[in-house]
Write a protein that binds this ligand. Structure first.
Ligand code: APR
Length: 233
C-alpha cells in the first residue's frame, strides 16, 4: 500500500449542509432562489450593491448561528493527529472549519471578512454591510464582502496547486465539481500520482475522475474515513 505523507482535502457546501446551511446546486439550493448574475458577480455589485450586500448579510447571519458538524470536527481531528501533513482547502465561506478548530485555505473568500475594492485592504466584516461603508485604510466608500465572485480569480492558487501536485491522497468532500478551478484539482492530483477519493451524498460531475467513492452524508462518512486513515498509520 502506498505510504501517505501529505493529504489534500477539498471541501464544498455539502459538508456544511448538515449544519443547516443550504448548498448552491442541490434542489431548492441558493442558486435556485437567486440568480448568480444578480448577486455573485462584480457586475451585479456595480449595478445593485444594496441587493448584493443584503444577500451576503443574510448568509453571514446564518453562518454566524451555524455550528460545525461531525464532518468538520473529524477533519480537525485528522489535522491534529495525522503524522504527516493535511492541507485543507475549502470553497466554503461560512467559517465552520475554523469553528471546529481547523486551519483552512479559503479559495473563495470568507463571509467574516470585508475587502476594499479600491486598495484591497481587508478587515473583519461587521454582521451587516451596507452601501457606502468606508474602508478603514483609505476611507473610500468601496467596501465589499471578501467573496470571490464569478469571473474573479480564486485566492491562494499557487499554494493550493503546489499542495495538490505534491500530495499522496486527494479527497473531495461535498462538492458538485461544477466550478473550476477547484473541479480540476482531482485530475492534477491524479496526474501527480496521488490516490483520489470522493465523499458525497451522490455522484457528482467529477465522480468519474476519482478512484474511490464513499457515498452518504458527510457527518457519517467523514468520521469513518478519518478513522480509517488514522488506523492505517
Ligand atoms: N453530505 C455530503 N455531500 C452532500 C451533502 C451531505 N450531507 N449534502 C449535499 N452534498 C453534496 C451534493 O451532492 C453536491 O454534490 O454537496 C454538493 C454541493 O454542491 P454545490 O451546491 O454545487 O456546492 P459547491 O460544490 O461547494 O459549489 C462550488 O460554487 O457557487 C459557487 O462559490 C460557490 O464555492 C461555491 C462553488
Amino acid at each position: 500500500m502506498r505510504r501517505i505523507d501529505q493529504i489534500v482535502i477539498l471541501t464544498g457546501a455539502g459538508i456544511s449542509a448538515e449544519s443547516g446551511l443550504g448548498t448552491f446546486r442541490d434542489e431548492g439550493g441558493l442558486w435556485a432562489q437567486h440568480k448568480i448574475e444578480d448577486v455573485a458577480t462584480p457586475e451585479a455589485f456595480l449595478r445593485n450593491p444594496d441587493l448584493v450586500h443584503r444577500f451576503y448579510n443574510a448568509r453571514r447571519a446564518q453562518a454566524a448561528k451555524a455550528q460545525p458538524n461531525a464532518a468538520h470536527k473529524a477533519i480537525a481531528r485528522l489535522q491534529a493527529t495525522f503524522s504527516g501533513t493535511v492541507v485543507l482547502v475549502t470553497q466554503n465561506v461560512d467559517g465552520l472549519h475554523e469553528k471546529a478548530g481547523s486551519p483552512a485555505i479559503h479559495m473563495h473568500g470568507e463571509l467574516s471578512c470585508a475587502l476594499c475594492a479600491a486598495c484591497e485592504h481587508r478587515w473583519d466584516a461587521p454582521m451587516t454591510m451596507a452601501v457606502g461603508d468606508t474602508c478603514p485604510a483609505c476611507a473610500s466608500s468601496t467596501a465589499r464582502p471578501d467573496i470571490v465572485w464569478f469571473g474573479e480569480m480564486p485566492y491562494h492558487m499557487e499554494e493550493i496547486v503546489e499542495a495538490v501536485q505534491t500530495c499522496d491522497l486527494f479527497a473531495a468532500i461535498g462538492t458538485s465539481g461544477q466550478v473550476y478551478p477547484a473541479a480540476g484539482f482531482v485530475e492534477e492530483a491524479r496526474m501527480a500520482g496521488a490516490a483520489t477519493v470522493e465523499l458525497n451524498l451522490r455522484d457528482s460531475d467529477m465522480s468519474h475522475a476519482f478512484e474511490e467513492h464513499i457515498t452518504g452524508p458527510a457527518s457519517d462518512t467523514v468520521p469513518r474515513w478519518v478513522d480509517q486513515i488514522l488506523n492505517g498509520q
